[in-house]
Design a protein around this ligand. Structure first.
Ligand SMILES: Cc1ncc(COP(=O)(O)O)c(C=O)c1O
Length: 367
């Protein structure tokens, strides 16, 4: 493969997802395993989405409608944009991939932040594009530094806000200034996977529909994986310029989102009560977890998400291993170059209790 494979893929590593529960049970012979590694919704899935999913699986012998038209229409109405401005993907991850496939080649560059969501960099590398990484201000993206890093070769600037894995967000004025500084041929991809958890903050940008209407070079990404609790169904979407969306549609897999997933997401979209409950309970459990971690001497970054970015008193990988032995899966962040941190998803009260119990044991272990 070293000679057959495209040269730009030689340095690309496979994405390392949070360890699945079943794998840990098998490998360590544990019965009870708590997973706080992938920022899933501890409340489960939206009940309305689940009810529709049960109905929709009966139609599993049918191909879905390729462009997810009903979901697209509902999303357009929900966000005050036109249907042509919405693309639905197999998770927002697919939309990131489509953007890179449609726009990038070896002669192009993308600008990412040093500890920004790693999928941006990985997808750009897949296309052979150059990746320029700018330093952060603490653990928050420095959008002014990102603007300064833009050259004539830059096609995409990627900003996850709130960011995974650091949990921080950029303010409306920071995003406005970045957009104002970008040349028109350079797109800002604003990944708002965790928007529901951040949008109550007065300085969180109102990207949909406001900013997208004003700026044709802005694409906003959202997902059903977090506040709607539908990570397993793989539905996300992008909102941007209709001309760009038409390009993405050309290269999308013909049936990229499963029929049952489209139907469940459509029902989930209408489940505002579930989203409100998810956001409120997450905030409550997050605050309690921050206090409990701090009592154990662990510092966390202020989070606008459903996870905590936590400084480890030992190498993050080691803390991860020690917790794993005790049946709790968190995420170590070596691939981000963050060797002294772990990312911990906010869980239910009982999951968080199990985490804290395991943490006490893990921190008490002599090295
Ligand atoms: C910032 C960010 N963007 C995008 C995604 C991908 O989400 P999905 O593909 O499940 O929609 C994630 C997943 O955790 C994320 O944290």
């Amino acid at each position: 493969m070293e000679t057959l494979g495209r040269p730009c893929l030689r340095t690309v590593e496979a994405y390392r997802p949070g360890k699945p529960i079943a794998e840990v049970q098998r490998e360590l012979g544990l019965r009870k395993v708590v997973k706080l590694a992938s920022n899933e919704n501890f409340l489960g899935a939206s009940p309305r989405a689940l009810a529709e999913l049960r109905r929709a699986v009966k139609d599993s012998h049918l191909y879905p409608e390729g462009a997810s038209p009903l979901l697209r229409r509902a999303l357009a109405a929900a966000h005050g944009v036109s249907e042509g401005q919405v693309i639905v993907g197999n998770g927002s991850d697919e939309v990131i991939r489509l953007l890179c496939e449609a726009l990038l080649g070896p002669e192009d560059e993308v600008v990412c932040s040093r500890h920004g969501f790693i999928r941006f960099k990985q997808q750009a590398m897949l296309m052979g594009a150059g990746v320029v990484e700018t330093p952060m201000r603490g653990h928050t993206h420095d959008l002014a530094a990102m603007a300064r890093a833009v050259t004539k070769r830059t096609k995409l600037v990627f900003v996850a806000s709130p960011n995974n894995p650091t949990g921080t967000y950029n303010t409306r004025s920071e995003v406005d200034a970045l957009l104002a500084a970008l040349p028109s041929q350079c797109l800002l991809i604003l990944d708002e996977a965790y928007a529901h958890y951040a949008e109550a903050r007065p300085d969180y940008p109102r990207s949909l529909p406001g900013l997208v209407r004003q700026r044709p070079n802005l694409v906003v990404l959202r997902t059903f994986s977090k506040a709607y609790g539908l990570a397993g169904l793989r539905v996300g979407y992008g909102v941007g310029d209709a001309g760009l969306v038409a390009w993405l549609d050309r290269i999308r897999m013909p049936f990229n989102v499963a029929l049952a997933s489209q139907r469940a997401a459509l029902a989930g979209l209408a489940d505002a009560a579930f989203v409100r409950r998810s956001v409120a309970l997450t905030a409550k459990n997050r605050a309690a977890l921050v206090r409990a971690l701090s009592a154990l001497g662990l510092k966390t970054e202020e989070s606008a998400t459903n996870f905590l970015f936590c400084e480890a008193p030992l190498p993050g990988r080691e803390l991860f291993e020690r917790l794993l032995k005790r049946g709790v899966i968190v995420r170590s962040l070596d691939e981000y170059g963050l060797t002294r941190h772990v990312r911990i998803s906010v869980g239910s009260a009982s999951q968080n209790r199990a985490l804290l119990f395991a943490l006490r044991g893990a921190l008490g272990e002599t090295r």
